[in-house]
Write a protein that binds this ligand. Sequence first.
Ligand SMILES: *[C@@H]1O[C@H](CO)[C@@H](O)[C@H](O)[C@H]1NC(C)=O
Ligand SMILES: *[C@@H]1O[C@H](CO)[C@@H](O)[C@H](O)[C@H]1NC(C)=O
Ligand SMILES: *[C@@H]1O[C@H](CO)[C@@H](O)[C@H](O)[C@H]1NC(C)=O
Ligand SMILES: *[C@@H]1O[C@H](CO)[C@@H](O)[C@H](O)[C@H]1NC(C)=O
Ligand SMILES: *[C@@H]1O[C@H](CO)[C@@H](O)[C@H](O)[C@H]1NC(C)=O
Ligand SMILES: *[C@@H]1O[C@H](CO)[C@@H](O)[C@H](O)[C@H]1NC(C)=O
Ligand SMILES: *[C@@H]1O[C@H](CO)[C@@H](O)[C@H](O)[C@H]1NC(C)=O
Ligand SMILES: *[C@@H]1O[C@H](CO)[C@@H](O)[C@H](O)[C@H]1NC(C)=O
Ligand SMILES: [Zn+2]
Length: 649
Amino acid sequence: MWKCLVFILVQICAASLVGNLWQIFQRIPRTRQVDPCSDFYQFACEAGANDLDVDSYSENTTLGFLEIAKQRVAESLSKSLSCNSSTWCNDEESFNNARKFYSVCLDTQPESTLPELKTIIKSFVNLPIVNESWDEKDFKWVREVSVLRKYGVQAIIHEFVARDWKNVSALKTYFVAPKFDFVHKEDLLGTSRNSGELVSFYKRYIKLIFKKLGLSIQKAGEVSEDIVAFETEIARIVPDESEVTPPEPITFYTLKNRFPQMDWLTYFINSVKTSAILWSPLIVINEEYYRRLVNLISRTQSRVIAQYLLFKFMFKFRAAVEDAHSPEYCLEDVIKKMKTNVGKVFVNNYYSPETKQSVSEIVADVKEAFAEILNESVWLDQSTKDQALEKLHAVRTIIGYSDDLFTDNREASIRLTNNYYKNCVELARREAEIEHMQLEKGLHPWIPSSVDPNAFYNVTANTIFIPAGLLIPPVYDKTYPKYRNYGVLGAIIGHVLTHGFDFEGKDYDSKGSEQTWWTTKSLIAYYSHLECVLPQYNNISASESRESVGDFGGLSENVADSGGIQVAFRAYMNWKRRNQQELLPAGTITSEKLFFMNFAKLWCTPQSNSSLSNKYHVFNSLASVPSFTDAFGCEPGSKMNPVRRCKLW
Ligand SMILES: *[C@@H]1O[C@H](CO)[C@@H](O)[C@H](O)[C@H]1NC(C)=O
Ligand SMILES: *[C@@H]1O[C@H](CO)[C@@H](O)[C@H](O)[C@H]1NC(C)=O
Ligand SMILES: *[C@@H]1O[C@H](CO)[C@@H](O)[C@H](O)[C@H]1NC(C)=O
Ligand SMILES: *[C@@H]1O[C@H](CO)[C@@H](O)[C@H](O)[C@H]1NC(C)=O
Ligand SMILES: *[C@@H]1O[C@H](CO)[C@@H](O)[C@H](O)[C@H]1NC(C)=O
Ligand SMILES: *[C@@H]1O[C@H](CO)[C@@H](O)[C@H](O)[C@H]1NC(C)=O
Ligand SMILES: *[C@@H]1O[C@H](CO)[C@@H](O)[C@H](O)[C@H]1NC(C)=O
Ligand SMILES: *[C@@H]1O[C@H](CO)[C@@H](O)[C@H](O)[C@H]1NC(C)=O
Ligand SMILES: [Zn+2]
């Protein structure tokens, strides 16, 4: 069935899909001459690109391959999700929940949000406003907090189950200081820029919610002042974030002894369905917070705490009260909330297993090219080199979708209703339940979203994931010429692989445990190369962009960009050596040029929106690559061929 649908999508539906896309495409003048050596992004994305026949989908457009793929995923999914008994429908039971959720979302008027949520919350907690006869005397804050936790709402206490940071096969329950959703701690404490404006906006937002819950304007205003004052007190007792090494795990009984004033038993009984929590190792990261909390609670009015909890619930289930339930909104919502079901729908309709085979050949070639580059590195010593190669060879690859996608029924077994809000609350409850049940049943497989036109490297799993949503035209098709598939998908694979060796990735070993496998000598050489990349990177951004990129996160992207394109180019050259020359479009264009043109087309965005980060993906990738400047004959000292070049890999 799916094979046929893939065929239909590409061959027949292409006309209508592309037809829709054209409406938003901007026509661009074809006469402009741009020098590839001074701004390759503009050269590839605007002028010149059409003459190279890079791709018929993106002809006459400033949209790049990624953006087109994103729109195609959205169009394909909304089609499959709104199918009814027509031929397009794939009627497998497990997919119906995603369809149901989507159609109920479309049929829901956002005006009903708060009254509906009020009815729902009334059925499980006892809070003021939702309960007219609420009485302060009966209020037990820990009880209400723990019941809300069962629905995934984290308020005042922040607790979660996750893998042990030291031992990836062990699960632990963590307690940390609470997170702030809308404004940051610094805003509440008045130490950030714009904190005044942000906080006053926040207050107005809270006021609006309480007004919609039925309070008078004046009363809603008072409640919002109280809530922000209370949250500010919470922010005050949250310790400053610093590099804390997680403390040793403790038992439930130690926890009780250490914080005797807190009613932990009530917390666990209500929030967690399993008694396994009682012997699960607990890690309390911010003990100081929990110590100060007891005092804060005792000097705060119960009514204020209760109203704060009510707000946290409303916030989780409806952050933007006035959002209309447009098809775009509902699609985004179902993708976010029913990740596995939506993944199944997409994979069944638009993904062919043959793709896996052809993509894994590219992955193998790119890995091989990376191994050659590591092996040739002159600044890594032999021992570190061996470890790096071991890590590279151990990288697992998930292509299209995770094997667990079709065995996982966490969303299929949920009983959805015709009430959108009930569905959202039920999905959140299930998610929290699965999280806690891991303590009894072991780690629940991590299933990444298959519909994202993106690619990922997971450092703790040493795994790269290339979702089915990326493996569609114009990003990838197995019939495309190799210069294109290596220039686009090959470079993406190279990028994510390089993340295993970037500033953070280098601290994890082949199994994904945090562990140093570098000799001191190689580590010093690593930092000196990184230091060389850093000023080059800052220079570019400081002169042309206001984006703040001085941190190592941005640097890691830069390292991955430049490493990714080099390994992809090498993989392509290796492919060429093994195979006969491929057919090129008429003209004098070389396959090397086409390789880089296609790479740049991945990142193009409409000029009106001119995204600097996309532009710098192209610039940062190519300006450090000799094979690029050779291909286009860029003089040393030109913008794309800077005199001082640094590279890590
Ligand atoms: C692209 O532009 C060329 C020349 O302006 C035109 O002939 C062609 O039809 C356009 N292609 C599409 C798909 O609009
Ligand atoms: C089936 O879906 C189409 C398009 O979404 C819609 O126009 C039509 O009314 C639907 N038919 C039924 C029986 O729901
Ligand atoms: C409302 O509050 C009163 C007083 O605390 C309590 O007796 C009653 O059970 C509550 N109603 C609901 C529906 O929770
Ligand atoms: C890691 O955790 C697993 C499961 O709890 C356990 O069997 C194993 O002994 C632990 N390994 C180490 C090194 O602590
Ligand atoms: C690594 O490089 C050496 C010499 O440069 C070469 O002899 C060896 O075959 C290479 N090993 C791999 C795995 O490429
Ligand atoms: C990486 O993989 C592990 C286990 O495979 C999972 O627990 C974790 O959530 C993943 N990380 C991210 C950021 O998704
Ligand atoms: C930074 O930019 C300035 C002026 O554009 C240039 O003179 C300098 O060489 C650049 N530095 C680096 C490290 O590229
Ligand atoms: C420009 O960017 C904004 C925000 O990122 C987006 O909502 C909008 O659709 C973009 N416009 C175009 C023409 O892509
Ligand atoms: Zn990246």
